[in-house]
Design a binder for this molecule. Structure first.
Ligand SMILES: [Zn+2]
Length: 92
């Protein structure tokens, strides 16, 4: 009683056993249902991508921080004059 033939592997999408040489999963229809043993992406490329992502994210955060720092300053200056609001709050 064999559970699966040696040339069948579970599909990466539906985990159903499909033939290793099958180009398309007969169950869910995904192309290349098998997961290749060799990594398609080098660790070097992953590290580079992570670095690039970090730099981009840092730049974006800096840009956002700059925008947030400049935006409320203008709005507050327009709304109420500095001094009047403080005096009103302190007087009693
Ligand atoms: Zn499948």
């Amino acid at each position: 009683m064999t559970e699966a033939a040696p040339d069948t592997i579970p599909c990466r999408l539906c985990t159903r056993l499909v033939a290793r040489d099958a180009a398309v999963c007969p169950s869910c229809g995904v192309k290349e249902p098998w997961i290749p043993d060799e990594p398609t992406i080098n660790p070097r490329v992953i590290r580079l991508a992570m670095w690039t992502g970090g730099v981009v994210l840092g730049g974006l955060l800096l840009f956002l921080a700059g925008v947030l720092m400049f935006m409320p300053a203008e709005g507050e200056r327009d709304h109420r004059p500095p001094g009047a609001a403080a005096e009103h709050h302190e007087s009693r």
